[in-house]
Ligand binder design. Structure first.
Ligand SMILES: [Zn+2]
Length: 258
């Protein structure tokens, strides 16, 4: 059974030991859902008439038709979601072209709350990654490096989550271009993620982190939840991204297990 030999996770093998019936995936000791519930109240980046909160319209009800279903209208970047390389890199892979093994990877969580608290424009630099590595060891190959800024506590409010100044400039922390370049070229990460609206700082309109990341054919997760419940190292991330043709991104149900 290849799954027993290839499994990176002890609990997968444990679930199969002595299994007389169909293989079981067993139960991980820890399972955390890193996904916000997407609703019309969830914050989003307002760009003219281009973007909007999800619109949910009932198209069939039990009362009228005996069956319940809704129509959704959303952009590819509402709520907890993944960005594909094609979002910022021409001719790069769309979401449907990401491989399963890229979405099932070790997680490395950087606690950036102190810096974010002190300065909403705080930027993750190479020194921050190296400080993390001194405490926890090298970022594992193929990892997803996730930024825990504490921004999640603001997610109930468009105003505080976006945190725009009087001139409309958004203020929330993000990855610096040098840190992203270091992670993709020196650490071979699969992707990066954050609990804010963007892996770039809110004030950075050149999207240097996005460009460095997607230029290297990697992905990004935005608006993650519950990163504080995940250890800095040792968890595996499972990214259940939708698979839509040529998508630049899309909603994702994201789990950490260990
Ligand atoms: Zn996005």
């Amino acid at each position: 059974m290849p799954l027993m030999r290839a499994s990176p996770l002890p609990w997968l093998a444990v679930g199969l030991v002595g299994c007389a019936g169909p293989p079981s995936l067993g139960s991980p000791a820890h399972l955390v859902d890193l996904t916000h519930t997407l609703s019309p109240r969830f914050p989003y980046i307002a760009i003219g008439d281009l973007t909007f909160p999800i619109r949910i319209t009932e198209i069939s009800s039990f009362e009228k038709a005996g069956v319940y279903s809704n129509k959704w209208e959303l952009t590819e970047h509402n709520g907890t979601h993944i960005d594909a390389p094609s979002h910022f890199a021409a001719h790069a892979r769309g979401l449907d072209e990401l491989q399963a093994r890229e979405l099932f990877v070790p997680a490395a969580v950087i606690d950036f709350r102190a810096q974010a608290n002190a300065d909403p424009d705080a930027l993750v630099g190479v020194a921050d990654v190296q400080a993390w590595e001194r405490a926890h060891g090298p970022v594992p190959a193929r990892a997803a490096v996730l930024l825990w800024t504490g921004w999640e506590s603001r997610a109930g409010s468009q105003t505080t989550f976006v945190n725009a100044g009087p001139d409309g400039t958004m203020h929330f922390p993000g990855f610096g271009e040098a840190a992203v370049t270091f992670l993709v070229s020196e650490r071979q990460v699969s992707g990066i993620g954050t609990d804010t609206l963007s892996v770039d700082r809110g004030r950075d309109t050149g999207f240097a982190a996005h460009r460095a990341l997607f230029g290297a054919d990697k992905w990004a997760l935005e608006c993650l939840a519950h990163l504080g419940d995940v250890p800095p190292v040792g968890a595996t991330l499972i990214v259940g991204a939708v698979k839509v043709e040529h998508a630049s991104g899309g909603p994702a149900r994201v789990f950490a297990v260990w």
